[in-house]
Design a binder for this molecule. Structure first.
Ligand SMILES: [Zn+2]
Ligand SMILES: [Zn+2]
Length: 407
């Protein structure tokens, strides 16, 4: 089975694998760091060990990653573009460490520089990053977008253009998001529309380029160019497109990931529905899948799964809370230690000053002592002087007498 979902890494990278397991997902998409921040906490040895252990135990895969939404490789500003390239390189590095082989990214926005300039910029960025990540096993997957704002990638031709421009096209694949292509103007609502769309895709990009699907219904209508995901069958796309996708033999081995809203129990529901759509073909024909899903729902399976999921979520939240408390405790202790260190330094400083003062006092006393002695010597010399003068005046013969008189 190639059905899975995007899962949060809150509480640690391996939590995403546990969350996928809970809802019965067989593949998984993660952000390898917080998607809304530039900075990334380095992946520790402990993170890696837990990640590998859970991956091995659950056999969930292939696991794919999605890059941060902040990165825009189509950025016309030179400095910002360089920063984006560097951030993207780090994303690839993290994938490599986690043994993730597909990094899905929104190609980028041209921000007014024009579509061709934007596409060239993106290809140039990929070349720069590829050069700095030679030998990496992870492949970049250009995601087809809804075309909001100046975002590129909303025409299959955009993806083709980037593939044509990059120096190492073998390192680049594509991710098709059903919600995005529908909002961008590819009508997949009927089986004919579905077939036509993928024929077009095959002609322009090539189906073998598809390394992942994002399976989402759309909250916004056809050609809205707005990117809002909805639960399967509840949006403007409807069930038929997903039925076609689930039964498309060409994509049997391509990971298909839900990015539907995070409402409790809904991943279980969406996955069950997709599975039923696939099974329906081999079982009871077109109506089979709905019946299968109805059976599943009626048997209480959904409720049961929902309950378990909520329980696990609660546990996770408690774990996160505990971690946070521990971190705060550590922070407090560190502050305390620093405070103590500071005080100790202060005390030593004071001690030193005192010693210096004593030293100075001693020196002063010594100086005074020396001064006193000098004065004494001077006085003695002065006392001797008159005698000498007397002696000189009296001449040699008188010396005997003078010495006598002195006594
Ligand atoms: Zn997507
Ligand atoms: Zn989207």
């Amino acid at each position: 089975m190639n059905l899975g979902a995007h899962m949060s890494i809150a509480g640690g990278l391996h939590h995403a694998i546990l969350a996928a397991e809970e809802v019965g997902a067989r593949t998984l998409q993660v952000f390898t760091k917080q998607s809304s921040q530039w900075r990334a906490k380095p992946i520790t040895e402990a993170d890696l060990v837990r990640w590998k252990a859970e991956r091995e135990r659950t056999k969930i895969g292939p696991i794919v990653a999605h890059d941060s939404y902040l990165i825009n490789l189509g950025q016309p500003d030179e400095t910002k573009w360089r920063e984006a390239c560097e951030a993207f390189r780090i994303e690839l590095e993290r994938c490599e460490a986690l043994e993730i082989r597909r990094l899905i990214m929104h190609p980028g926005a041209h921000l007014g520089s024009g579509e061709e300039a934007g596409l060239r910029r993106i290809a140039q960025a990929l070349d720069v990053v590829h050069a700095r990540t030679a030998g990496f096993a992870v492949r970049v997957c250009l995601e087809a977008t809804a075309g909001q704002g100046t975002n590129l990638g909303y025409r299959f031709e955009h993806l083709r253009r980037i593939l044509d421009l990059v120096h190492e096209p073998d390192r680049v694949g594509v991710c098709v998001d059903t919600c995005h292509i529908f909002a961008a103007g590819y009508d997949i609502r009927t089986s004919e529309g579905y077939a036509r769309t993928f024929d077009t895709f095959d002609r322009i990009v090539g189906l073998n380029r598809i390394l992942a699907f994002h399976v989402n219904d759309s909250k916004k209508p056809f050609l809205s160019r707005v990117d809002r995901h909805e639960h399967i069958g509840r949006g403007f796309i409807g069930s038929e497109a997903f039925r076609c996708l689930m039964r498309d033999e060409r994509f049997r081995d391509v990971p298909m990931l839900l990015e539907t809203p995070k409402d409790p129990g809904m991943e279980v529901r969406n996955l069950a529905l997709l599975r039923a759509m696939r099974a329906g073909e081999t079982a009871n024909g077109a109506k089979g899948e709905t019946a299968n899903y109805a059976n599943y729902a009626n048997s209480g399976g959904e409720q049961k799964q929902k309950g378990q999921e909520q329980k696990r979520q609660k546990q996770r939240q408690q774990e996160q809370k505990k971690q946070k408390q521990e971190q705060q405790e550590q922070k407090k202790q560190k502050q305390k230690q620093q405070e103590q260190k500071k005080q100790k330094q202060k005390q030593q400083e004071q001690k030193k000053q005192k010693q210096e003062q004593q030293e100075q006092k001693k020196q002063k006393q010594e100086q005074q002592e020396q001064k006193k002695q000098k004065q004494k010597q001077q006085r003695q010399q002065e006392l001797k002087k008159p005698q000498q003068q007397k002696q000189q005046r009296r001449g040699q013969p008188d010396r005997k007498r003078a010495s006598k008189g002195g006594r």
